[in-house]
Design a protein around this ligand. Structure first.
Ligand SMILES: NC(=O)c1ccc[n+]([C@@H]2O[C@H](COP(=O)([O-])OP(=O)(O)OC[C@H]3O[C@@H](n4cnc5c(N)ncnc54)[C@H](O)[C@@H]3O)[C@@H](O)[C@H]2O)c1
Length: 250
């Protein structure tokens, strides 16, 4: 299938590591110019450098997605250096797990803000360019946890909220040639996860719950993102693509 993403400019938030890092590589392999962005400036620059070493065009801009000023700076840099953004992947996300009765306000606010306020600020900053070009893609990285995981009321609420955000924004943007979709990953083995001391146990417990019998890799998510970013997916908007090996709630 020809995705025809040649020459598009893609911004992926939180792309200094994990799923975001693989997504920028996948989109670059499909011909996109890349804006790597992360709150961690070092990892953003390293990822952009690795992309350039692999022969791709990429810039790095450090940005905390919860800061309106930093998001404005990020989008201005992308405009100046690469000529504007065609594809936005709202990928930045964190967990701060704990049962609700013991959850601090800071744990609630930080998790929900990065997921929801981050998607709001980044989308609001890039959409005017997309609307003007009459072409754009917004892809929000939600999670299977939107069905509700114990110990993750903050994260589950944020990721479920992101699906509502996706559906509402898709309806606002359709007439401008902009599609808005979500991808909901299941358990994905990122390098960070593989390095956890209890990873073998975690892997065994998680695998038992996945119908296909194995855990996902970052490339399973970045393939879905690239598909939704392409013209092949032009009639898909407002949907959530579950990439979970067949696992839904439970
Ligand atoms: N790995 C999984 O199994 C899994 C499953 C479902 C959903 N997800 C979602 O996928 C996305 C990527 O997760 P990952 O597993 O690659 O995690 P990760 O921790 O490897 O990557 C997240 C990146 O976001 C960055 N980040 C954190 N706060 C930020 C902020 N305020 N502004 C900008 N960047 C910030 C981090 O520095 C990090 O580089 C997240 O939204 C996560 O919720 C992951």
């Amino acid at each position: 299938m020809e995705l025809n993403l040649q020459g598009r400019v893609a911004l992926v938030t939180g792309s200094g590591s994990g799923i975001g890092r693989d997504t920028v590589f996948k989109l670059a392999e499909e011909g996109c110019k890349i804006v790597v962005s992360d709150i961690n400036a070092g990892s953003a620059h390293e990822t952009a450098e690795d992309l350039r070493k692999a022969g791709h065009e990429a810039i790095a801009v450090a940005c905390d997605v919860t800061s309106e000023d930093e998001v404005a700076h990020l989008v201005a840099q992308a405009q100046q250096q690469l000529g504007g953004i065609d594809i936005l992947v709202n990928n930045a996300g964190i967990v701060k797990d704990g049962y609700l009765t013991k959850m601090t306000e800071q744990s609630w606010d930080s998790v929900v803000d990065i997921i929801l306020k981050g998607a709001f600020l980044c989308s609001r900053a890039v959409l005017p360019q997309m609307m003007e070009k009459k072409w754009g893609r917004v892809i929000n990285i939600s999670s299977r946890s939107l069905f509700g995981n114990p110990g993750q009321t903050n994260y589950s609420a944020g990721k479920a909220g992101l699906v509502g955000f996706t559906r509402a924004l898709a309806q606002e943007q359709g007439r401008f040639g902009v599609t808005v979709n979500a991808v909901a990953p299941g358990f994905i083995m990122t390098p960070g996860m593989r390095n956890l001391p209890h990873f073998p146990k975690l892997q065994e417990a998680a695998t038992a719950k996945v119908p296909v019998g194995f855990l996902g890799e970052p490339r399973d998510i970045s393939n879905a993102v690239a598909f939704l970013a392409s013209d092949v997916a032009r009639y898909i908007s407002g949907t959530t693509l579950f990439v979970t090996g067949g696992r839904y709630s439970g």
